[in-house]
Design a protein around this ligand. Structure first.
Ligand code: KG4
Ligand code: ZN
Length: 335
């Protein structure tokens, strides 16, 4: 079966063509709006929605061409219904439903976070629940157990900023452009991780919740105290120390959740799962403790269309596709 996946929840207009049985990505192009938002230091929802509108047809056509199929070969469409920005989501949903109607096929709503997990599932499509998931993106940081039949148990999530947001906002304070995660990671690779000890809030507490807003304040105070020349001169070391703090929190809480649940598989997804240091630290722990680790392959950690089609294929394999446009919330909001 040939699927078209559409992702438009934030600042990437992404479409992909996937085949199922066996699952294979035939194409996965995207248009990144980063340049359009960079002057504002973050994503501007209105600009994002307009850019999606301008690009979605072009990217969908590109996905079809690169997959070397005809539009009429597409047998089902999967698109992101949320969480995400309302305007951008509406563009993707309207495009998906219109195209599905035109082709006489069905369009299925997919949860964005389930998409991130499906990107890692592509590493092993035989993977069976239950397993622990760590979702780390620009908007989310959470530890969730995926049980059978796509039922989820929330162990903990961030009380304030997400891990990706911490990278981006601290990066902004250090004078780096948006999004700063990948840039910090690159600078950190040649820095001294022990240069400065940034705080690790809630790290040793016996629960699965995160908090990154204090880290942001700590970076702000650090910048104020030392001034721009010092920051520029020691940027690699500061980035390394900052990355060390964020990764330390994520790894410590993942270990806490693995111990708590006694699960033997950890699935990681979301933009921050592209982080080399996080990947190495998780690999180190899991390999020593007999835990299977699945992280998306390069290029599939950050938002893309393939993960949305993959999530639909994964549900279809378990006869758990949701009817038409309905989508089950990933988890209720924390009280
Ligand atoms: O999943 P994603 O593409 O979009 C959302 O759903 O939010 O995640 C984007 C986030 C951004 O905050 C970005 O800075 C971060 O992922 N990110 C990284 C890296 N690559 C992207 N953070 C740390 N290290 C990276 N290599
Ligand atoms: Zn995402």
């Amino acid at each position: 079966m040939i699927w078209l996946g559409i992702e438009s929840s934030c600042d990437e207009t992404a479409c992909a063509v996937l085949q199922s049985d066996p699952v294979r990505i035939l194409s996965n192009p995207l248009y990144s709006q980063i340049q359009e938002h960079q002057n504002y230091g973050g994503v501007v929802p209105e600009i994002a929605a307009r850019a999606h509108l301008q690009k979605i047809t072009i990217i969908a056509q590109k996905a079809v061409e690169e997959a070397k199929i005809k539009l009429s070969d597409i047998q089902a469409i999967a698109y992101t219904t949320g969480p995400g920005l309302m305007g951008p989501l509406l563009v993707g949903a309207s495009f998906a439903k219109g195209l599905a109607k035109d082709l006489g096929i069905k369009a299925y709503g997919i949860n964005h976070l389930e998409g991130h997990i499906a990107a890692a599932w592509l590493q092993n499509t035989q993977l069976e629940a239950p397993f622990l998931t760590l979702t780390v993106s620009g908007g989310h940081t959470e530890l969730v157990v995926e049980n059978e039949n796509f039922n989820y148990t929330l162990l903990g999530r961030t009380r304030d900023d997400a891990a990706g947001e911490a990278f981006d906002k601290c990066g902004k304070l250090l004078g780096l452009p948006y999004p700063a995660g990948a840039i910090i990671s690159k600078l950190a690779s040649t820095g001294n991780r022990k240069f400065h000890h940034f705080p690790r809030a809630l790290k040793n507490e016996d629960h699965g919740e995160f908090s990154f807003s204090g880290l942001k304040t700590s970076v702000l105070r650090y910048v104020e105290k030392h001034g721009p020349d010092y920051i520029e001169k020691n940027l690699n070391d500061i980035c390394a120390s900052l990355e060390e703090a964020i990764v330390d929190i994520l790894v410590s809480k993942s270990i806490w959740a693995l111990k708590k649940t006694k699960l033997k598989t950890l699935v990681v997804g979301g933009g921050v799962s592209a982080n080399t240091h996080l990947r190495q630290k998780l690999a180190h722990y899991t390999s020593r403790h007999g835990i299977n680790l699945y992280i998306p392959e390069a290029g599939l950690s950050t938002d893309n269309g393939a993960m949305i089609a993959a999530a639909a294929i994964r549900r279809a394999q378990k006869h758990a596709l949701l009817p038409k446009t309905e989508v089950k919330p990933w988890m209720p909001l924390a009280p």
